[in-house]
Ligand binder design. Structure first.
Ligand SMILES: Nc1ncnc2c1ncn2[C@@H]1O[C@H](COP(=O)(O)OP(=O)(O)O)[C@@H](O)[C@H]1O
Ligand SMILES: [Mg+2]
Length: 285
């Protein structure tokens, strides 16, 4: 096919030899099947920020480490340089997460780098050698659903053990190859220790995946993996090989109202401080 303009620089650099066909055009990106030497891979071309539909970027980016403080300041100010940097850090977040997760034994596509806003990665295939389907396109037996659900819970645990929560996990962002589920689409992965939204995002990820498999094995709906995994994380007891049970007993202790109020006050003070800093920064401009 005719080479899309965005991919041309990678051809000029010799990173890609040929674009074979478009695979999917999603809300955040267009994905193409490409040939790199003797290998068939896939190229994910991120849409420009203005065309993206992902609205809550700030929620996900909280606590994300930026490589230099000059960059961080530019991003906070929202200058055009800052916007460029934010764009770049968004794109690098996915390739960084893929390398980290592949190392941690989570099944994700093998990444081959991110260049000019284009992520090159392994093309996931099914047992017939066709592009692997997403979970929402397949039917499973109850036995398969139980086995794959267990695998996914273990993958989510391993992700958290290296400090990451996917943040957009559902049957639309998991492919099925001959070995089982493969997790994709990670530009919004959040840093669990630094992001206050991490807990509810982990819960949402676990619940989405559990509800999907529970269509085929209804008893899965009663499991409590999210709470179990988060409790291990908070207690500093998270080991990538922990055998999860899916059971969790809520603490019977009375809520400590004083402690909750202290937390609210601290959060309020922090917000106030931030506002003041922001104001000071604006006045400097
Ligand atoms: N490594 C891959 N192998 C096979 N198909 C893929 C791969 N990555 C993405 N896809 C296909 O492209 C679609 C969009 O990719 P995704 O990373 O989910 O981006 P978006 O943000 O647009 O949802 C996926 O739903 C999947 O069908
Ligand atoms: Mg997706």
């Amino acid at each position: 096919m005719k080479t899309p303009k965005r991919i041309q620089p990678l051809i000029d650099e010799g990173l890609v030899d040929e674009v074979l066909r478009p695979l999917m055009s999603g809300k955040e990106a267009s994905v193409y099947v490409v040939r790199c030497g003797g290998e068939i891979r896939c190229a994910k071309v991120y849409k420009e920020a203005s065309q993206r539909s992902f609205k809550k970027a700030a929620q996900y980016q909280e606590g994300r480490k930026v490589r230099s403080s000059r960059r961080a300041r530019a991003m906070e100010k929202g200058s055009s340089y800052g916007r460029e940097q934010a764009e770049e850090s968004w794109q690098n977040a996915e390739v960084d997460a893929l390398y980290k997760l592949a190392d941690a034994g989570v099944r994700v596509p093998q990444p081959y780098g991110c260049f000019d806003g284009i992520l090159l990665m392994e093309l996931i295939l099914d047992e017939d050698g066709d592009v692997a389907p997403r979970l929402n396109d397949i039917q499973l037996t109850a036995e398969q659903a139980r086995r794959d659900h267990k695998t996914m819970m273990q993958h989510i645990l391993r992700m958290l053990a290296v400090g990451l929560v996917h943040g957009d996990l559902s049957e639309f962002n998991v492919l099925q190859d001959s070995q089982g589920p493969v997790i994709i689409d990670l530009p919004q992965a959040v840093d669990a220790a630094a992001n206050n939204n991490a807990q509810w995002m982990l819960e949402r990820d676990v619940n989405n995946i559990t509800q999907y498999y529970a269509q085929f094995a209804p008893e899965l709906a009663a499991t409590k993996y999210a709470k179990e995994i988060w409790a291990l994380f908070e207690a500093g007891n998270l080991n990538p090989n922990t055998e999860l049970t899916g059971q969790f007993t809520e603490s019977e202790q009375k809520a400590d109202v004083g402690a909750v109020l202290d937390e609210i006050n601290a959060a309020f003070a922090q917000m106030q401080e931030r506002k003041e800093r922001q104001q000071a920064a604006n006045e400097q401009d």
